[in-house]
Design a protein around this ligand. Structure first.
Ligand code: GDP
Length: 171
């Protein structure tokens, strides 16, 4: 077995979209409704097996707040993938996501894999962003797209699996 090590940067401008909850679900397979808001950035790792390869994710969960904005390039510059999270119940979070995509395209590594996660898909009654619109947008920028629920463990492993499949293996 070989280990592919991948640094994945996870962020969105807004706090509250569920970035930390997604990482927590992926790494610990649990959900804590009282999770602390991300301050600065936290770091976690998880190794998953895909076919005959081990894939180690080094995950930076960054705070998207405006005051930390200047720090963002520190994380995405060395990353193989970026997950940008929005909240399907907040149209505004989907609009700000588009600004991050622009920033990544302009200043990020040229081959960075971009994944868009529409989180809180368990809250269907409060939905403000349609799955179709988000998928069309993601397709137009060649990004991976999934709707996730960190709370109900929907599509979290699938999100990371898709990312590992898109990242070329380092022989
Ligand atoms: P972050 O600031 O983007 O890291 O967001 P957090 O992970 O701190 O989550 C913000 C709030 O949204 C918390 O109250 C979470 O319990 C809640 N939350 C996160 N993911 C989900 C989800 O998939 N479904 C629901 N219903 N709530 C969620």
């Amino acid at each position: 077995c070989k280990i592919n090590s991948t640094k994945t940067c996870l962020w969105m401008e807004d706090t509250g979209v569920g970035k930390s909850s997604i990482v927590w679900r992926f790494v610990e397979d649990s959900f804590d409704p009282n999770i602390n808001p991300t301050i600065g950035a936290s770091f976690m790792t998880k190794t998953v097996q895909h076919q005959s390869e081990l894939h180690k994710f080094l995950i930076w969960d960054t705070a998207g707040q405006e005051r930390f904005r200047a720090l963002a390039p520190m994380y995405y510059r060395g990353s193989a993938a970026a997950i940008i999270v929005y909240d399907i119940t907040k149209e505004e979070s989907f609009q700000t996501l588009k600004n991050w995509v622009k920033e990544l395209r302009q200043h990020g590594p040229p081959n960075i894999v971009v994944a868009i996660a529409g989180n809180k898909c368990d809250l269907t009654d409060a939905r403000e962003v349609s799955e179709r619109d988000a998928k069309d947008y993601a397709d137009s920028i060649h990004a991976i797209f999934v709707e996730t629920s960190a709370k109900n463990a929907i599509n979290i492993n699938e999100l990371f699996l898709e990312i590992s499949q898109r990242i070329p293996s380092m022989d």
